[in-house]
Ligand binder design. Structure first.
Ligand SMILES: *[C@@H]1O[C@H](CO)[C@@H](O)[C@H](O)[C@H]1NC(C)=O
Ligand SMILES: *[C@@H]1O[C@H](CO)[C@@H](O)[C@H](O)[C@H]1NC(C)=O
Length: 557
């Protein structure tokens, strides 16, 4: 071959490899043009189906109730349409479900057995507790008196004992526990003055951010302030957390979002009883007056700021950072890699009907280790008030909803959205994924238990071509594979920019053994206590060089 051809050929080959190697900034795919309803509340179930619902009092959706049922609304109108559906991720089938009480701005969580337990709402649903068993043809069961008091815009959190605390709601400065058993404490309403004290200019701090800390107490954040709370003894354990700087409100209607950053577990080979540090990360929101001024037609810029607070530190301090784009009504999602995706929302205005402007179409990817923010590919569909996003089993993000209107309206400036999309983070285009071939135990885990996982990986995610031509050294040392981790992610309940029960653990690794050139076994430990990982279903991922495997459902009890 002549030299110039060699050069051209090498350049071509090199660019091919570069293209193969270069991570994109993610990509979007329209999964369904319509699911018949607007995904205002979304939950992934352990059978890889996603339950979504909007509200039952705002007109006819585009999908009929099962068995052609109809019902009479309070104002006498007849509604034969469904307001909840199940989307099967394996074949994209949509099945209408029967939810009759009003689920508008309600809350929920997955129970330890995988049942979706969902509470509150408005009107006929204000005291409802609804359950949905994951199975091929199951439907909602509703108990209209499942809560002691009405709860509209409350937050639910699973507790180490497997029950849920339901915190707040409009005009409710209190909490209670569900599901009700025969315990007298289940029928009590406990005062929580913190919620009364943290209301802002518009007297709101709805959907408070709740995170179970690693000592079993509940961290509660509302607008700018936070406490650590012992819900068993109705006692504030810590009120020395500083006010979040910046003068921004972070809860509804100045809606920002919040996550508990990945919990890094133990280092004493499964025997550690010391609780890992817990750090909360809050982004976006709007000035406290944003809602009032938006009603009058002035749409204030949303907040660019984010803050990190180590809630287990002796002297916690907010570390403030800035996103590249301001955002109100954004969702924050923990990805299997431990990065945080900030997605959906608007640049101006507030949560509430007709109050958001300038949709933010670009998600932002945040790396907690480096505090790096990176702008991702934009969607074409505005996802403003009443939109949702959840991580799904294959590591993509399901995005749906958006309805800033009083009813279903497809001609408004920001129409009611019935579509669902999926966003693929850059890790899905940066090389071959590790593949889990087996796990021991297979799915049923207990606490502090050794787990072995067999997997294959293409070294450092490189293409075989790259290996062959460049003979790049793999990242191995003494036969051990570097840059590999095992993560557990809890499937969260997403509504109003907050993913309730979102939680991720980075498991403690004992060793990584090489079996053959691309086959490895990783020995690790399950989480040590229910304070760190409440009982229930989790998605397990093996992550190698920033690329996650497909998620594998495991159950901890
Ligand atoms: C939908 O919105 C448009 C534009 O604001 C309005 O003219 C129309 O009456 C609305 N339709 C319904 C059914 O509310
Ligand atoms: C580890 O993975 C990251 C991607 O998450 C990559 O940038 C880095 O180069 C890797 N390091 C090693 C030693 O493989």
């Amino acid at each position: 071959m002549e030299a110039k051809y060699v050069i051209v050929f090498s350049a071509l080959l090199f660019s091919l490899i570069i293209v193969g190697e270069t991570a994109t900034t993610g990509n979007w795919e329209l999964l369904k043009e319509s699911i018949g309803i607007s995904a205002m509340h979304t939950q992934l179930l352990p059978n890889d189906r996603v339950v979504m619902f909007d509200r039952t009092d705002f007109g006819q959706s585009k999908i009929s109730l099962p068995e052609e049922k109809c019902r009479k609304l309070a104002d006498g109108r007849i509604d034969c349409s469904a307001h909840s559906v199940e989307l099967n991720l394996l074949n994209q089938d949509v099945r209408p479900l029967t939810v009759l009480t009003d689920t508008w701005c309600s809350s929920g969580a997955l129970a330890p057995d995988g049942m979706l337990i969902q509470s509150g709402g408005s009107n006929t649903g204000e005291r409802a507790v609804r359950t949905f068993q994951p199975c091929a043809d199951c439907d909602w069961m509703e108990n209209q008196k499942g809560l002691v008091v009405p709860r509209w815009y409350a937050s639910n959190q699973i507790l180490p004992n497997g029950k849920f605390i339901v915190v707040g709601g409009r005009g409710q400065f209190s909490y209670e526990f569900i599901p009700k058993s025969s315990l007298p404490s289940d029928f009590k309403v406990f005062a929580l003055p913190f919620l009364r004290e943290t209301r802002d200019a518009v007297e709101n701090n709805l959907y408070p951010f709740t995170h179970l800390s690693t000592d079993g107490n509940l961290f509660i954040f509302a607008n700018t302030k936070s406490i650590l709370f012992d819900y068993i003894n109705n006692r504030v354990v810590r009120n020395d957390y500083p006010v979040m700087p910046g003068g921004v409100s972070r809860n509804y209607p100045s809606t920002g979002s919040s996550v508990l950053l990945p919990l890094k577990l133990g280092s004493i080979h499964g025997t550690s009883s010391a609780a890992p540090d817990a750090e909360v990360f809050i982004c976006g929101g709007a000035p406290p007056t944003s809602y009032i001024t938006a009603i009058k037609g002035t749409f204030l810029p949303a907040a660019k700021s984010c803050g990190r607070l180590m809630i287990t530190a002796e002297q916690p301090q907010w570390v403030m950072e800035e996103m590249p784009i301001e955002r109100v009504m954004g969702d924050m999602l923990l990805l299997p890699t431990g990065d945080v995706l900030i997605i959906n929302g608007a640049k101006k205005g507030a949560a509430g009907w007709y109050l958001g402007r300038e949709p933010v179409l670009n998600p932002v990817l945040y790396q907690p280790e480096s505090s790096k923010y990176e702008i991702m590919e934009p969607s074409k569909i505005p996802r403003m008030y009443h939109s949702t996003a959840v991580l799904i089993t294959d590591g993509r993000v399901l995005v749906g909803g958006s309805n800033p209107n009083k009813n279903y309206n497809f001609t408004e400036q920001f129409p009611t959205e019935l579509s669902v999309e999926v966003f693929s983070p850059p890790y899905l285009s940066s090389g071959p994924r590790p593949q889990i071939s087996w796990a021991k135990p297979e799915t049923e885990l207990s606490y502090k238990q050794p787990i072995s996982i067999g997997f294959t990986t293409k070294k450092n995610g490189e293409s075989p071509l790259f290996d062959k031509f460049f003979k790049k050294k793999s990242h191995q040392r003494n036969g051990e594979l570097e840059n590999v981790s095992v993560t557990l992610v809890a499937p969260s309940f997403n509504t109003h920019s907050f993913s309730m029960n979102q939680r991720m653990m980075v498991l403690e690794i004992n060793q990584v053994r090489q079996l053959s050139s691309r086959t490895y076994v990783i020995d690790c430990f399950s989480p040590p206590t229910p304070n760190i990982a409440p009982p229930g279903y989790y998605l397990l991922f093996v992550v190698h060089s920033g690329i996650p495997s497909l998620g594998r459902w495991v159950h901890i009890s």
